[in-house]
Each structure stands twice: as structure tokens, then as C-alpha cells.
Design a protein around this ligand. Structure first.
Ligand code: KG4
Ligand code: ZN
Length: 333
């Protein structure tokens, strides 16, 4: 019954979690609000705040889980992909902890961990399943054949879905991070008022940069005619953008699920917190008789619980790494 301490520090959330035999005992997430003033994550500031938060986050995770340092059997950490300076803080902490306690170290790929978040709790998809992983840095359709046997069958050629959300919110004058604010405004808007284009990209790949440009021109032209256009129509604009992003994602997901003949379909990553996207997946799932899987909110955006569950399955396979391990800003499956 391994007790695993997990660390996530790939971007701007410092997170620590403890799981015992695959059951999550705690998941502490320290959000960094310092970046709001800059309209995006400032890598150097992110590393410094991780440095400040990492020990308190781990202490809190141990205390919430009611375990002591001596109860930990292994340490799992995010090796990449992510911001190098941020990753270094988590990797160095994990190495030091493992060295001090003489316990194994487990490296975890952040994108695989987003997918494996579906194995926290009782409602688990069965292999093979399809996972749409949508975050601030990635947009991937992943064919999941086993815990660590995953194939990216479609991905974005330019911006990620979360980036499209964040850039749109910036155009609308909303603070960073914009995704949750677009979601909030969209709830009181009509998604059918404005029609934004759907890019025609072959296969299962995505593109969001054209959408961003069309939104930019749309806002520029309408603001020239009415300086209060955005303020007066915020809810309808957000609802329409959100609907377009959701349909772009869902149309490709449908295509991929049909091609690979998959009926278990899951959503993962920060953008899976989006209400419009969650509802769109549920509706499509009902139409196509899919079994749909959507993580609990706390496991959608970056968190160490997903690193802990991925670490648990690696522990069972005895997949450990040495003290010479280094973080990777880019890391494929
Ligand atoms: O997975 P994540 O927490 O971090 C990365 O690994 O990138 O994803 C962050 C992204 C951001 O772009 C954020 O705006 C978006 O997820 N996001 C949302 C919502 N919550 C977070 N986008 C739309 N609606 C939301 N409710
Ligand atoms: Zn993420």
C-alpha cells in the first residue's frame, strides 16, 4: 500500500498531493496571483513564487492527509513539459526529499497526468478511450491504449484552446487568466448572436490562430462604430466565442472517435473546467451513445493529485528514476 507524495510545478500553480494505494488523501494547490498584473505568466516570477510556496504546500498536503514525512514511500514529480525555471523548483524539491528519506523517485509527464486524472475516484474509463486534453499550452486528441501507452492522434498547429480563451479575453479587456472569466460572462449570454469562423483543417488537427484574428478584427470594427460595443455585448460575445471553440473541439473529437471506433470519451486539462465545453461533450455523448468522462473541477486545472495517480501506476510497475534526472521544458509521450 504505497503512500506517494506528488509535486506539480510546471507553470503557475504550486501543488502537492498525497495518495495511499491510489486513493487521494490530499491535494493542495497554491495559485499564483502575481501574474494578473502582467496579463500572463512571467516565468521568472513563477519560479520565485514556487520557491516560496513549495515547502508550505507540501507541509499542508501532509497535514491534510494526516501522514508524516516518514510515511511516504515514494515521491512523484512533474518532469515536463512546462516552464524550465518552474519545473526546476519541483524537481529539485522531489530529489532532495527522496534523497533525505532514501525512497524512490518517479518522473511524470504533465500531459499524461492530465489524462490519468480520470483514474482518481471510482468512475474510470476503460481502455482504449479517447481523451481531449485542452490546456493553456496544449490541445490534443489522445488515443489512450493503456496507462502509459498513449498516442496523440490530433493536435493544434498553432495556438492551444486555452490560449484562444486567454487571448480573446485580453482583446475584450478582461484580466488574466481569461478562460474562467469568459466562462462566467458566457453563462448570461446568447451563444448564437455572433458567428465566428470554423477553420477547415484536415484530419484530427486544430488551428485557433485564425479564430483569434477574426475576433480581433470583429472587435476592432465594432468598437470603431460604437466605443461601448464590448461592454454592452460582453455576455453574448463570450457565449458566442465559447460556443465556437467548443464546436471546433467537439467536431474533431467526433471524427476521431468514429475513425477509431471508440465509445469511452474523456475531457482533460484546464479548459475542461469550461461549462460550455462540458455541456457540449455531455450532449454529443448522449447523441452518439458515448460514455463520457469529465474530471472533478479540482482535477481539471493543474494539480498534484493527477501527478500522484500517475506516480501510483508507475510505482506498481517499478518505474523509478535516479538522482541525475533533469526537467524537460518540452516532453513528448
Ligand atoms: O491545464 P491548465 O491549468 O494549465 C496548463 O497546463 O496550461 O490550463 C490552463 C488554461 C488557461 O488557458 C485557462 O484560461 C483555461 O485553462 N481555463 C478555462 C477555464 N478554467 C481554466 N478556460 C475556459 N473556461 C474555464 N472555466
Ligand atoms: Zn496542465
Amino acid at each position: 500500500m504505497p503512500v506517494i507524495l506528488a509535486i506539480e510545478s510546471s507553470c503557475d500553480e504550486t501543488s502537492a498531493a498525497v495518495c495511499a494505494d491510489g486513493r487521494m488523501l490530499s491535494n493542495v494547490i497554491a495559485n499564483q496571483t502575481i501574474h494578473e498584473a502582467y496579463g500572463g505568466v512571467v516565468p521568472e516570477l513563477a519560479s520565485r513564487v514556487h520557491q516560496q510556496n513549495i515547502v508550505p504546500a507540501v507541509q499542508q498536503a501532509l497535514s491534510n492527509a494526516k501522514v508524516s514525512k516518514n510515511d511516504i514511500d515514494a515521491v512523484a514529480f512533474t518532469r515536463g513539459p512546462g516552464l524550465l525555471g518552474s519545473l526546476l523548483v519541483g524537481v529539485s524539491f522531489a530529489k532532495a526529499f527522496a534523497l533525505a528519506k532514501n525512497i524512490p523517485l518517479i518522473e511524470v509527464n504533465h500531459m499524461q497526468a492530465h489524462v490519468l486524472a480520470h483514474f482518481i475516484g471510482d468512475n474510470k474509463p476503460s481502455f482504449p478511450f479517447m481523451c481531449l486534453t485542452v490546456s493553456g499550452g496544449h490541445t490534443q486528441i489522445v488515443l489512450v491504449k493503456d496507462y502509459f501507452d498513449m498516442e496523440v492522434v490530433g493536435q493544434t498547429l498553432d495556438d492551444a484552446a486555452g490560449e484562444a480563451m486567454d487571448k480573446t479575453s485580453k482583446i475584450l479587456g478582461l484580466p488574466y487568466p481569461g478562460g474562467p472569466l469568459i466562462d462566467k460572462h458566457a453563462r448570461s449570454g446568447n451563444p448564437d448572436v455572433y458567428k465566428f469562423p470554423e477553420p477547415q483543417i484536415p484530419g484530427f488537427d486544430f488551428s485557433f490562430s485564425g479564430l483569434k484574428t477574426s475576433i480581433l478584427y470583429f472587435i476592432r470594427d465594432n468598437t470603431a462604430a460604437n466605443p461601448n460595443f464590448v461592454q454592452e455585448n460582453m455576455a453574448d460575445i463570450c457565449a458566442s466565442v465559447e460556443k465556437r471553440i467548443a464546436t471546433i473541439l467537439l467536431n474533431k473529437l467526433k471524427k476521431a472517435a468514429e475513425y477509431y471506433d471508440i465509445k469511452d470519451v474523456a475531457l482533460a486539462g484546464g479548459v475542461s473546467a469550461n461549462t460550455g465545453l462540458r455541456n457540449a461533450l455531455k450532449e454529443t455523448g448522449e447523441q452518439l451513445a458515448w460514455n463520457t468522462f469529465i474530471p472533478k473541477m479540482e482535477y481539471c486545472t493543474d494539480n498534484a493529485a493527477m501527478i500522484a495517480i500517475a506516480g501510483y501506476y508507475k510505482y506498481l510497475k517499478g518505474e523509478f528514476v535516479g538522482q541525475d534526472i533533469t526537467p524537460l521544458a518540452r516532453m513528448s509521450f
